[in-house]
Design a protein around this ligand. Structure first.
Ligand SMILES: Cc1ncc(COP(=O)(O)O)c(C=O)c1O
Length: 457
């Protein structure tokens, strides 16, 4: 029960007392540090409760693709709320979900024509895992239940999705979870094992399917560019080979595009950038530019077909999935992206963004720069020549004690991450252009130079 005293407390005090932050060491805040409270956004910038401005170099969390402060998206949601605030997709349909499903089918590659909505990315991955299992049961392969994902890949946090997530630290506190998650090497070409050529990476999928037994494997799930580990791009021909392998073993190929769709790589879907045809795409985040929560599982006609027959049904759903307000916002978001040629902006300016990041390579701790579209990472190393990485304590100091705070204080929101080797990630709103990259560089360069000096002192 809130007391008068609590009602009068500042946002900061209330946050510290009542709000449970996700993936956060809350001890730091009990010890006195302030929780960053963001109150407003406009274009590529956000403002905190003290009126300080930041460049949002992460699009909040890889999701505010069209930028902050869009009144048209807000109005689309409000108009829909007045017309029909909510109805469900369980047995019923409503116009925003119908129109959005049709719109997505137009934009998605090949015959990905059927859309199952969810409320976000983990739900999309969870749904895909269940769908893959039931698809194989309906088509006469009841033992095909396993999923192959890649090491250090993040596919969400629900217990099913966690079985695909390949980050030991995120898995360990919650084991055991759904059996059947298997992992193969990712495409970190900066750190290929000796004797391991980039052209061998896709074949690891075939080897793993053979090892598990092809009759037990339901799906392979991969991001077009793997986020965790630091924007790992595929070598040439990688996804084409994975497609062949999936066809050979009757395994569904899933492109997890929770981040890599809706223009992040300069195309509507990441599979289009790398020219492959998955059986299923999972998506979320930028689908509404994050103005409302929504996710989707987009399936091929082949995958949907057994569910359209006789008494079959996919026994799965979530109350709020395909919420009319979220679908209306998503339609407005797609329309605005088209009218304002947002994909073309990413295509035109990706080389400028990349050049700016590459120009930082003269700083001794910048080891690698990699990524695609507006989704890039800088891997930080102790020694550029040997690629020696930081140990756990050094990485803790560099990322958590120095860089995160220093960049934020200097007005740049980006991600310092050590789920693989230590990286900084940048994923700006897709409306950003050369002047914004200069602004990022103006903050990033001096902070990285200072980190480099301190590391070597
Ligand atoms: C590739 C991928 N899959 C799934 C998820 C989970 O999405 P959500 O946080 O919306 O549950 C994420 C989140 O970042 C992701 O990047």
């Amino acid at each position: 029960m809130a007391t008068t005293e609590q009602r009068e407390a500042t946002l900061q005090e209330q946050a510290k007392r009542h709000l449970w932050l996700h993936f956060s060491r809350m001890g730091a805040y009990s010890a006195g540090a302030d929780i960053p409270v963001i109150v407003r956004g406009e274009g590529c910038h956000v403002w905190d409760e003290n009126g300080k401005r930041y460049f949002d170099g992460l699009s909040a969390l890889f999701c505010v693709n069209i930028g902050h402060g869009r009144h048209d998206l807000a109005a689309a949601g409000a108009e829909q709320a007045k017309e029909l605030g909510f109805f469900t997709n369980w047995s019923y349909a409503h116009p925003p979900a119908i129109r959005l499903a049709a719109r997505i089918a137009e934009l998605a590659p090949g015959d990905l024509n059927r859309v199952f909505f969810t409320s976000g990315g983990s739900e999309a991955v969870e749904t895909m895992l269940k769908l893959a299992r039931q698809y194989h049961k309906l088509t006469g392969h009841p033992n095909k239940t396993k999923v192959i994902a890649r090491e250090i890949a993040y596919h969400g946090t629900s217990l099913g999705a966690l079985s695909a997530t390949g980050i030991t630290a995120l898995r360990a506190p919650f084991e055991p979870f759904t059996p059947g998650g298997c992992h193969v090497p990712n495409t970190n070409q900066y750190r290929l094992k000796p004797g391991y050529g980039a052209e061998m990476l896709a074949d690891a999928v075939a080897e793993r399917i053979e090892f598990e037994g092809p009759e037990t494997v339901a799906a392979v799930v991969m991001e077009p560019v793997q986020n965790a580990g630091g924007c790992l791009t595929p070598p040439p021909g990688y996804f084409q080979r994975v497609r062949e392998i999936c066809d050979q073993y009757d395994v569904l190929m899933v492109s997890d595009e929770v981040i890599c769709s809706w223009g992040r790589l300069g195309t509507w879907f990441g599979a289009q950038r790398y020219d492959y045809q998955p059986d299923i795409i999972t998506t979320a985040k930028g689908i509404t530019s994050a103005y409302a929560p929504l996710g989707a599982v987009i399936t091929s006609d082949k995958v949907a077909e057994p569910f359209l027959d006789g008494t079959a049904s996919f026994l799965h759903g979530f109350t709020f999935a395909g919420h009319p307000i979220s679908c209306a916002v998503s339609l407005a978001n797609i329309e605005a992206m088209e009218q304002e040629r947002v994909l073309e902006n990413v295509q035109a300016n990706e080389p400028v963004f990349r050049r700016m990041l590459d120009s930082l390579r003269d700083i001794p701790i910048v080891g690698d720069v990699r990524g695609a579209g507006y989704f890039h990472a800088i891997e930080l190393v102790k020694d550029q020549d040997t690629k020696e990485s930081f140990d756990e304590d050094e990485s803790e100091w560099l990322l958590r004690e120095f860089l995160s705070g220093a960049l934020y204080d200097a007005g740049l929101i980006c991600r310092a991450d050590d789920r693989g080797d230590p990286v900084l990630q940048l994923s700006p709103p897709l409306i950003a252009g050369p002047e914004h990259f200069e602004e990022i560089e103006g903050i990033l360069r001096p902070v990285l130079e200072e980190a480099s000096r301190r590391v070597r002192a």
